[in-house]
Design a protein around this ligand. Structure first.
Ligand code: 3H9
Length: 677
């Protein structure tokens, strides 16, 4: 151990039991110095004849939550993890892992080389590596099926979802449940009781269970895993465990792990892991900024958005007063909330009494005056500046001092809305994405005068209701919708030049998006933002709208739809496009899939660069988070700005220039330096 080695592992003795304690906040990750400490202290405990059994436990909030992800891709330091695990496994004295909080990834792999495991009832055990585009690469895929069987091991590794301690005990992953507050003592007593039994064999235990379950998992998750490499690699390793001797299985696992570790998917998924946590941080704001207390929320508008927004708070036990203009709209809105909760209850997500409880927290009303005692008021009426200003003007006279006044606008100017009040410091945007009770993204829009504590409170409440909140500056469409604009524009231009909606959409779906621009338009409503004058036909979209082709809701849009909303290519749309092409004298030509990528996705990167240099996003990774959680950008491509680095910013600039785009100076800079964002 050198002088600069942090002391993150210590050892105590309780009679014949040595207790090795890991203390590496915040999550006891297996940083190089933890591996070093484990190696040193296990060696010491094993060579001490007075020690007859060893307990491994952790200080702080959790057991070991995995390898230290921040070390990945850096030059190796400290002892090799597998070597440390092998020496624990080979210990001649029984080793007991004492688990609280979460035993995840490398943490569970460490527990798996221990001969016994004891856990508190609130503990969770899992191998979430797949969510980082990886697999448990320290023997997890080989040891787990020997303990819990093929089905549980295949499910745990390929989904990454952790098990509660009680379930883990049922499966034999945990030997005994400790008292919630007496783990340290219970583990010592358990270890003492195992001295006579000695270490329990691990590697020689046979794998049990049916391999057929692996194919069933693949079939059941085909949609969810589309494009991902890691779930399949995890399953291949579990399958290998069923037919290969332990050491060969380990070698296979290693090979698969290295392939994933040095591939672009895991790099992207690790980027998003940190990006999501980084997004919560507000530049220039002290970490200890005092938050405002949010005990009661007001929502204006009981339409789809208002209802969805309200559900987020009700689910967290926060009372909501919901306001509408007319009784029937209010009743309809409340009815939809109830219906949604009942549907979730039918799927087993809630008990009926929980639904009643949540609905009991909802106060429907027709007057804004009822919002006087709310700490946060979110306006979710239709997109019209005058209407919004009128509401905010009224709120100014009704809301209590210090209440946060938020607009759910998706593109309007928050600063202008704030001028309708005498308290612009309390005004900000909280832009939810539809369906608002499901989508994880929340853009928190910081106005010019938004007070720091109002902003910090909106971000914190976002986290509390389970959203990934990202700070955006005031601009047309904020981060997400602003980047959507150039994409939609070019998608339309491509139709004029010879591409079909189906071709453009196919390229996007193959890229990994849940749907393409035209499928999205049909789903959202082709008529959104349309001028509503059927005689004014200046674009393909105007022509579709004039004919009532408003999208899925009309069973006609860029595609034709049957009663089950199954799309098919539309001869009429082809005709409309042809007419427009002729009228504007554009020559039809073959459009390649590559050109579609270059003209619809590269311009998003260009717009992202503008957003960054204008300071409308705090950092490139925030833009990535917006696109992953708000629009379904494939996480294995890391968001548009991360992807730009993979693709090559120089290649992107060259292609955009070739297509006649004006290049954002920041993107040009990155291209010249041949770096990503
Ligand atoms: C692995 O184990 C591979 C092995 O098979 C080995 C193969 C050879 N490393 O999430 P939070 C940081 S792969 C480094 O906000 P929570 C995180 O960035 C790993 N840092 O807390 C944040 O930092 P900051 C498998 C980590 O209470 C802080 O800790 N394991 C790691 O909401 C707090 O995090 C996983 O994938 C890490 N492993 O949730 C588990 N984990 O404060 C990943 C966290 O600077 N971790 N940090 O922003 C988690 O799922 C959650 O962090 C956890 C706590 C549930 C543990």
């Amino acid at each position: 151990m050198s002088e600069d080695t942090p002391i993150s592992v210590t050892m105590e003795k309780d009679g014949e039991v040595a207790v090795i304690i890991v203390n590496n906040p915040p999550v006891n990750a297996l940083s190089w110095h933890v591996r070093q400490g484990l190696e040193d202290h296990f060696a010491a405990a094993l060579s001490d004849d007075s020690v007859k059994a060893i307990v491994l436990r952790c200080a702080g909030a959790t057991f070991i939550a995995g390898a230290d992800i921040s070390e990945f891709g850096k030059p190796p330091r400290g002892p090799d993890f597998n070597a440390v695990l092998n020496s624990i496994e080979a210990a001649s004295k029984p080793v007991v892992a004492a688990i609280h909080g979460t035993a995840l990834g490398g943490g569970l792999e460490t527990a798996l080389v221990c001969h016994y495991r004891i856990a508190v009832p609130s503990a969770k055990l899992g191998v979430p590596e797949v969510k980082l585009g990886l697999l448990p690469g320290a023997g997890g895929t080989q040891r787990l099926p020997r303990v819990v069987g093929v089905e549980a091991a295949a499910t745990m590794t390929s989904t990454g979802d952790p098990l509660p301690a009680a379930k883990a005990k049922e499966l034999g992953l945990v030997d005994e449940l400790a008292g919630e507050d007496s783990l340290a003592a219970d583990a010592i007593a358990f270890a003492r009781a195992k001295i006579a039994d000695g270490p329990r064999p691990t590697r020689t235990r046979p794998v049990f269970g049916e391999v057929a379950v692996i194919e069933q998992l693949k079939a059941a998750n085909a949609k969810r895993w589309r494009g991902f490499e890691a779930p399949y690699a995890n399953l291949a390793c579990v399958e290998a465990a069923t037919r290969l001797p332990f050491d060969e299985g380990l070698a296979f696992e290693r090979e698969q792990f290295m392939k994933l570790m040095f591939g672009s998917q895991s790099a992207a998924q690790r980027h998003i892991f940190f990006a999501e946590r980084q997004a919560a941080k507000i530049d220039g704001l002290p970490k200890d900024t005092k938050l405002r207390d949010i005990k009661k929320v007001g929502v204006i508008g009981a339409g789809t958005m208002g209802g969805g927004i309200s559900m987020n708070f009700l689910q967290k036990g926060i009372p909501v007063t919901i306001v509408e203009m007319a009784q029937d709209a209010l009743d309809r809105g409340v009815g939809v909330i109830r219906k949604n909760y009942d549907a979730s209850a039918a799927k087993g997500r809630y008990k009926p009494e929980q639904v009643d409880q949540m609905m009991g927290l909802l106060t429907p009303t027709l007057g804004l005056e009822a919002l006087a005692d709310c700490d946060l008021i979110i306006e979710a009426v239709y997109e019209n500046m005058d209407v919004k200003k009128d509401i905010f003007g009224k709120l100014d006279t009704i809301a209590k001092p210090g209440a946060i006044l938020a607009s759910n606008t998706s593109y309007l100017d928050i600063d202008e809305i704030a001028t309708a009040t005498s308290r612009p410091g309390d005004v900000l945007g909280m832009h939810f994405f539809s369906p608002a009770n499901v989508m994880k993204l929340l853009e928190v829009v910081r106005g010019e005068k938004t007070a720091p504590d109002a902003l910090a409170t909106a971000m914190a409440i976002g986290k509390k209701i389970g959203k990934v909140a990202v700070v955006a500056g005031v601009c047309d469409g904020f981060i997400g919708n602003r980047m959507l604009k150039p994409r939609q524009l070019e998608a339309m231009n491509l139709l004029m030049e010879g591409a079909t909606p189906a071709q453009v959409d196919k390229v996007h779906v193959e890229f990994g998006m849940p749907m393409g621009p035209f499928q999205m338009s049909d789903l959202a409503g082709v008529d959104i933002g349309w001028h509503r004058d059927p005689n004014r036909i200046e674009s393909i979209r105007d022509a579709l709208c004039a004919e009532g082709r408003w999208g899925q809701k009309k069973q006609a849009g860029f595609y034709d739809y049957d009663e089950k909303r199954t799309p098919s290519e539309s001869a009429r749309v082809t005709e409309i496009i042809e007419e427009f092409r002729k009228k504007s004298g554009v020559e039809k030509r073959e459009i390649t899939d590559q050109e579609i990528i270059e003209r619809t996705l590269y311009p998003m990167v260009n717009e992202g660069a503008l957003i960054l240099s204008e300071g409308k996003a705090q950092r490139a990774s925030d833009i990535d988070v917006v696109w992953i959680y708000g629009y379904g950008w494939p996480v294995y491509r890391g968001g548009p700005m991360f992807w730009a680095g993979l693709e090559g910013t120089d290649k992107i600039v060259a292609a955009l220039e070739g297509h006649g785009f004006e290049i954002a100076p920041l993107l040009k800079e990155k291209a010249e330096a041949k770096t990503g964002f």
